[in-house]
Design a protein around this ligand. Sequence first.
Ligand code: DGL
Length: 269
Amino acid sequence: MQQAIAILDSGVGGLTVVKEVMRQLPREKIIYFGDTARTPYGPRSSEEVLLFTQQIVEYLIQFQPKMIVIACNTATAVALEQIRAMVNVPVVGVIHPGARAAINATETGFVGVIGTEGTIRSGAYAQALKEISPHIEVVSEACPKFVPLVEKGMFRDEVTWKTVKESLEHLRYKPIDCLILGCTHYPFLMEPIAEVMGPNVKLISSADETAREISTILYQYGQLAKADDLPVHQFFCSGEPKIFQQIAQEWLREHLETAPVVWQVPNFL
Ligand code: DGL
């Protein structure tokens, strides 16, 4: 049996990481868990986000994954260390990869970060950026209205454009040259965010760098999938599966042509 990479998020956001993993590592089997019944995590307390993350990881452990990816910034900010202590496989979060990608991209050293209230309140991005490069200047803004729009699949609706414009009003006048999309749901809104921020601000998603980190770790542990491993992915969501499946099928379309998916609702909550 091929061992999977387990990837989790509060909902559909982690699919932005899944897409990069499928692109960079097409032989790897993925078990995805979107906690759509309890999304969004952003407004919740750290204690609650930690508890939910631990519950999902406990559930995923039964599949004996070779790695766990917390594809949620809010959960990474409060639970990464605890989850690392809880399991005996590598655990990857999305905040350090996102910070590294921004440091690679910035020329001026002025970096913007947007994320959920929980992520911004935690200061985890500013800390990660300064840990790597102490002179980086960081401005951050919570965008609590984005996740509910993404969970409803409203990526290009008029109300979405209006919400993105209003939410980024302050940030668009700051002298930043790149903006970290510090929530894995936000790449779904790449188009309106890019339009509002203009051509001089590079948008940084942690998905690409996170997939690279996964690849490096699997290589180091000698655990990359073998040539004859044919992945059949498993996707779980804790809430109503219809809209989740629609979004996933649309977002991952080109990858699902070659690797089938089994959709499941866990007996979990
Ligand atoms: N996608 C998640 C993140 O990266 C969580 C969004 C939410 O549930 O509020 O933070």
